[in-house]
Design a binder for this molecule. Sequence first.
Ligand SMILES: NC(=O)c1ccc[n+]([C@@H]2O[C@H](COP(=O)([O-])OP(=O)(O)OC[C@H]3O[C@@H](n4cnc5c(N)ncnc54)[C@H](OP(=O)(O)O)[C@@H]3O)[C@@H](O)[C@H]2O)c1
Length: 268
Amino acid sequence: MNAIATRPLTLVTGASGGIGADLAELAARDGHDLIVVARRFEALEARARALAALHGVAVHAYACDLSDPGAVDALCARLATDGRRITNLVNNAGYGLFGEFAVSDLADEQRMMRLNMEAPVILAKRLLPGIIAGRGCVLNVASTAGFQPGPYMAVYYASKAFVLNWSDALAEELRNTGVRVTALCPGPTRTGFQDRAAMHASGLLRWVPGTSSAEVARAGWDGARRGRRVVIPGLFNRVMAQSVRGMPRRMVTTIVRAMSAPRAGAGL
Ligand SMILES: NC(=O)c1ccc[n+]([C@@H]2O[C@H](COP(=O)([O-])OP(=O)(O)OC[C@H]3O[C@@H](n4cnc5c(N)ncnc54)[C@H](OP(=O)(O)O)[C@@H]3O)[C@@H](O)[C@H]2O)c1
């Protein structure tokens, strides 16, 4: 009991697959106890059991649809009732939507905005007192999408710009508290993301080489441990993120549109 109480407790959202599952694995490997959160409870619990067995840590699975209104507050209330004292927060759960804004589904976009932006903010707000007390860290999964506007994924790109800027501002506010805040900005990564975003029609995947979720998670986890504020895994992604800085905004948006536009015959 005492041994468990002395280990850091890290909460990872979206830990049932993709980048989040790899981040949870790295935390467990470093001896952290874990709270893992996602919607698919069976997948989550199977991973929780495997991590606990492999790394000798305690892993608790919480099923929660973080895009439901009020769900994040309900989750925080459950965590408090269960006596979970969280020292590190990994805001990873998120998804994208590909398509023309004029005809895309508003309800789906509203769910995405709640998941990508509101959930991380509420979780950080509620959990920060414990994170500050434990001098822990907050790792926010943004995206290279956060560095420029993204025609055909307009709301998603904007949501990641929000995460990136909010994360960086929070890092500055907390700089004398011992809390590290990191924005992990992956480029295209081979996970369930592309299917969920219906990106089969996008030309973007032709242009940008995909990275493995394990590499992305490793870069993010190491960056968070070292207190880096922004981590962009992969040289290609770093060059792309840097190159948009000096260009006129209109030019950047035109280029992203040309790269992302639906491929001929693919349909939206
Ligand atoms: N893959 C990329 O190319 C890429 C690039 C840049 C940034 N990112 C960002 O990386 C993060 C992780 O994405 P990924 O690539 O690992 O995608 P993924 O393979 O689709 O994994 C997404 C994770 O989030 C969970 N999730 C989705 N909706 C949820 C909800 N409403 N409530 C709670 N959990 C939810 C999923 O679990 P359940 O289905 O069980 O809920 C899953 O564990 C996202 O924030 C994404 O925007 C991805």
